[in-house]
Structure formats: structure tokens, C-alpha cells
Design a protein around this ligand. Sequence first.
Ligand code: NAD
Length: 293
Amino acid sequence: MIIGFIGLGIMGRPMAKNLIKAGYKLVVYDRFAKLDDVVALGAEAASSNKEAASKSGLLITMLPNSPHVKEAILGTEGVIEGIKPGSIVVDMSSIAPAVSQEVGTALKAKNIPFLDAPVSGGEPKAVDGTLAIMVGGDQASFEKIKPVLEKMGSSVVLCGDIGAGNITKLANQIVVALNIAAVSEAFVLSTKAGVDPEKVFHAIKGGLAGSTVMNAKIPMILAGDFKPGFRVELHIKDLQNALDTAHNLNVPAPLTAVMMETLQALKADGCEKDDHSAIVKFYEKLAGVVVRK
Ligand code: NAD
């Protein structure tokens, strides 16, 4: 099967490379990024979303947000104009669940199955092929694409109908942001009290407070390394989608709302391109201390 892959940024590029390594033939397209390294590995470069779709039996998108996905799939020269009967479209971007459903409905009118399959784990797990992949869509299409998803992730779970993948991802993003904030507040306190943050990390990471977030982000914070990874601006996008979705369902989300304002403060301070571990900078500024080695 030929796989079309659209959007080869921080995440999409290593994911596509893992598919090539697994022996799949890829047709790749990105509107802005250069694709020389992926072509050097054997992928064919397409000149539009439509062309990538027309050459593939499975078409994957990995784009920033809802408008990009709508444009790439439903827009002029988009996937919907090129995709052939019998093909499947899978969007792995983190977008608004309602937009996943809108795209799914448009493709269904052409008899093309659509699944939303956002990921968690960030760039390191995209490189390792160990992402957590949360999927929405029909069972039969899921079974067909699962072996491909398993080349990019170590956990692949069908969560429900179209949109359920992105609902699950929003839940994930709330937990991740608030976990980084809690870790930040705690380490700013212990640092200002004069306790070595490295010792605090080693003392608590194996207990109930330990988390995947703590293990991934504390080493970055201690090194003062805020290179993304996952940009603050992308987390703002995810929490906006979470707040919109929550309010549409009549669900108040008070912690998420506070977290959004924290991220907005970081953006106003010029940190929107930093990794989201930069959330610590907000707490450092409040307390007048930095958590570093
Ligand atoms: P990115 O900005 O690095 O990559 C997106 C790519 O899409 C870019 O190369 C861009 O040129 C391309 N693009 C944009 N519009 C396009 C269009 N209309 N047609 C074709 N290509 C287009 O973003 P990323 O960090 O790779 O994230 C992609 C998605 O994965 C986002 O939804 C993000 O929230 C999610 N995600 C990211 C991470 C992470 O750690 N970076 C982790 C989990 C999930």
C-alpha cells in the first residue's frame, strides 16, 4: 500500500521516516517545509495535497490545527479532490473534535472512511516510534490501518466514533499542562527554600508525585533548555479547543481556564515558540528564582 503523508514538521517528519523504515512507499507533501531528507530515504514528493491523495491508498495528515486540516483536506487542490475510492484518510493532528466530525461527514459523502488519530508523546516518541495514538472512527477501518499506526506508536487505542480521538487528546492536554504547572510551582518553592532541585527530583520521581511529565520536563528545566518539543503556542491552541468543547457541552473547566491565562502570559512575554516546559518561567518570575542545575 502506498501511504500519502501531508505535514512533515516536528512530528510528521520522524513519523513519516518510521513508515519508510518499516518498508512502506510514501508520497509526501508539505506546503512550506523542505522534504529533501525524506526524498533521500526513498519517498516521492508530491506538488499538492490533491496529488499526494491521488497516489495513495492511505492518506495521513499531521498539521498544526483545525483550519490547516480543513484547508488541506476540503480546500482547493485538497485531498478530497484527489482521493480514490477504496482509500482511507487519517488525520493525526490535534484539532477541534467538531472539525474532525465535519471533515468526516464531507469525506463520507464521497464514500471515503475518515479517522481522527491524534498522538501524545512529543518529538522524542515520534522519533522512537513509541507515540500513544488515540483514534476515533469505525472499527473496520481502524483494523485496516492499525498495523500502520503501530509503526509510529506503541499504544494504539480506538476510543469511539469520529471525534473521539480528539476528545481524548483534549483530556490528555489538560492533564499535561496542569501537571507541568504543578511540577513548576513545586520546584520553584523548593528551590527558593534552598533545596537542590536535582535532589528533589531524585527523591520524589519514584513516589506518587512522579510522572512521565516530570521525567521529561525537569531535566529540560534544570538544563535551561526550552527548545521545542511542543511549543507553548500549540498548547494554547489545544486548551482553546478544550475550553470551546467544554463550554459547548456545558462543562465548566476552571483549572484549564487558569492554565490558559498562564500560557497567555508566557506568550505576552515572548515565549510562545518555547517548549511548554517554559511554563516554569511564569512561576520563576512570580517568585524571583530560577530552577537550574
Ligand atoms: P509543525 O508546525 O512543526 O508541523 C506542521 C507542518 O504542517 C509544517 O511543516 C507546515 O509547513 C505544514 N503545513 C501547514 N499547513 C499546511 C497545508 N495547508 N498543507 C500542507 N502542509 C501544511 O507542528 P508539529 O509540532 O509537527 O505538530 C503537528 C500536530 O501534532 C499539531 O496538531 C500538534 O498539536 C500535534 N502534536 C505535536 C506534538 C509536539 O510535541 N510537537 C506532540 C503531540 C501532538
